[in-house]
Write a protein that binds this ligand. Structure first.
Ligand code: ADP
Ligand code: AMP
Length: 214
């Protein structure tokens, strides 16, 4: 399997679907959001730089994000393939990815564009909960854990992300429309884009993704 890009607005289900793909195909999920949150949590210099942008619902500067993705793609576990979740988010990031892939001898096979009604995105993000132990994703209405506030898989407590507040979500959606949506045009000529209707049952969406990849 080759490299796969999951493209779509915040709340489209990129992380949810990436985790399922990782479990089934054994290729790593490369989530720049997760990596940045880990850096914030451990208080590294990268984390300190990233935090202010993330809290404000903005994008972390391209050179910072490009740097961490290049390092990550060079690791051995990306040999069989990888799932990019939340990267690239700007045209310069996409251009840098093309260069890095060429240097590392890697190929992007598919750009999966996850499409969801904007009203639904807000509802998804407001109710999102994340496991503090294993990173599994839940929703208070759409993907309810068996025991309230606890992860089904590892039992650790679930938390709400700091940036999943209505006002910050609005800024993130604006940034998506301004900076990330143009990537659909960027990839149009490559023949790699596939549209995924990403509303409805999580498992049904996953099956349609697997159908595209096979
Ligand atoms: P992204 O990584 O694209 O920001 P997530 O995978 O974190 O999105 O999903 C956002 C929220 O929406 C989570 O709470 C998740 O449980 C929920 N969710 C994901 N897919 C669906 C779906 N098909 N229907 C309803 N809710 C969903
Ligand atoms: P996510 O987990 O993908 O929703 O990302 C959370 C936040 O991390 C975003 O709102 C951005 O501030 C930052 N971030 C994640 N990925 C990128 C990226 N590729 N470029 C810039 N900022 C990013």
């Amino acid at each position: 399997m080759m490299g796969i890009i999951l493209l779509g607005p915040p709340g489209a289900g990129k992380g949810t679907q990436a985790k399922k793909l990782t479990e089934e195909f054994g290729i790593p999920q490369i989530s720049t959001g997760d990596m940045l949150r880990a850096a914030v949590k451990s208080g590294t210099e990268l984390g300190l730089t990233a935090k202010s942008f993330m809290d404000a619902g903005g994008l972390v500067p391209d050179e910072v994000v490009i740097g961490i993705v290049k390092e990550r793609l060079a690791l051995a576990d990306c040999g069989k393939g990888f799932i990019l979740d939340g990267f690239p988010r700007t045209i310069p990031q996409a251009q840098a990815l093309d260069r890095a892939a060429a240097e590392l001898g890697k190929e992007i096979g598919f750009v999966l564009s996850l499409e969801v009604d904007p009203v639904e995105l807000m509802e998804r993000l407001c109710g999102r909960r994340t496991c503090t132990g294993c990173g599994a994703m839940y929703h208070v209405k759409f993907n309810v854990p068996k025991a309230e506030g606890r992860c089904d898989k590892c039992g650790a407590p679930l938390v709400q992300r700091d940036d999943d507040k209505e006002e910050t979500i609005r800024k993130r959606l604006d940034n998506y429309n301004r900076s990330t949506a143009p990537l659909l045009d960027y990839y149009k000529g490559t023949g790699k884009i596939r549209t995924v209707m990403a509303s409805g049952d999580i498992d049904a969406i996953y099956r349609s993704i697997v159908g595209i990849l096979r």
